[in-house]
Design a protein around this ligand. Structure first.
Ligand SMILES: Nc1ncnc2c1ncn2[C@@H]1O[C@H](COP(=O)(O)OP(=O)(O)OP(=O)(O)O)[C@@H](O)[C@H]1O
Ligand SMILES: [Mg+2]
Length: 241
């Protein structure tokens, strides 16, 4: 589903170049869930944006669903996101001028899909029924985050990318929403990539990746509890999940 090889992303800091993603290699199988953790500034959101074709790698190759993201035009990238991706942004990025319901159903309508019981269930399961007709500006951070999660699942995309999807939720809501997100992706056969600082959330994933200063430090397969340390696994640095 996701093939990343030799991925480098750099920024120019004054006169020097700094790699914020530094030669990442990994492969994620379809229908699997992966949690990415790592310190603030380790490159998690940057990686997610590249996987969403919202940002470009400077070197290396990134393929999602067989499509090479580096060589896509803007129009192809739009089409790819519309059809294949559900994204929960760290800052939610809801559409301010649309109600909760219209935000949630927007990706489905964009893809010409029917609005049905599935969407009503999403609204209900995320505890948003009483907020259905409200505008995003009138919601709390946690409520906006739950709208963003529902929206990412609206069109049953093949890949869901979620950046700190429980960062604004209390413990109860975090547990409920995490179960729903991982459960729905498993049931529907969607691939899920979640960036999270929470050990509880990461424990739901099939596999965990740890980023440290732009480098992949460790991969833990949670079903086998097998850990691959990326700095000591020689010579094969490719990780198949
Ligand atoms: N547009 C940019 N210009 C300059 N530096 C940037 C830019 N975007 C990100 N960075 C830097 O790249 C590094 C990685 O940022 P990124 O947002 O990917 O980190 P993160 O792991 O998501 O952090 P957090 O957990 O705080 O969300 C940081 O050092 C950040 O300061
Ligand atoms: Mg981030």
């Amino acid at each position: 589903m996701i093939q990343v090889s030799g991925l480098v992303k750099h920024i120019t800091d004054g006169h020097s170049n700094k790699n914020i993603l530094d030669k990442l290699d990994f492969t994620l199988e379809a229908k699997q869930s992966v949690a990415i953790s790592g310190e603030s500034g380790s490159g998690k959101s940057t990686l997610l944006h590249i996987l969403a074709a919202l940002d470009n790698a400077d070197k290396g190759e990134v393929k999602v669903a067989g499509l090479a993201l580096n060589t896509m035009s803007e129009m192809q990238a739009d089409k790819f996101r519309k059809k294949h991706l559900g994204i929960v942004f760290q800052q939610f990025n809801l559409i301010d001028c649309l109600s909760v319901w219209d935000n949630i159903t927007f990706p489905a309508r964009l893809n010409g899909l029917p609005i049905d019981q599935y969407h009503s269930d999403l609204l209900k399961q995320l505890g948003l029924s009483s907020h259905k007709n409200k505008m995003p500006a009138n919601l709390s951070g946690g409520e906006q985050q739950r709208v963003a999660i529902a929206r990412s699942l609206s069109h049953k995309p093949s890949l869901v990318l979620a950046d700190e999807p429980t960062g604004n939720l209390d413990d109860n809501n975090s547990q409920r929403v995490t179960e729903l997100l991982f459960g729905l992706c498993k049931t529907l056969g969607l691939t899920l990539v979640v960036v999270t600082h929470s050990q509880k959330v990461a424990a739901f994933a099939d596999t965990r990746l740890v980023l440290e200063r732009g480098q992949l430090q460790a991969v833990l397969n949670q079903s086998t509890e097998q850990v691959t340390n990326q700095n000591t696994s020689k010579p094969q640095n490719n990780v198949s999940i």
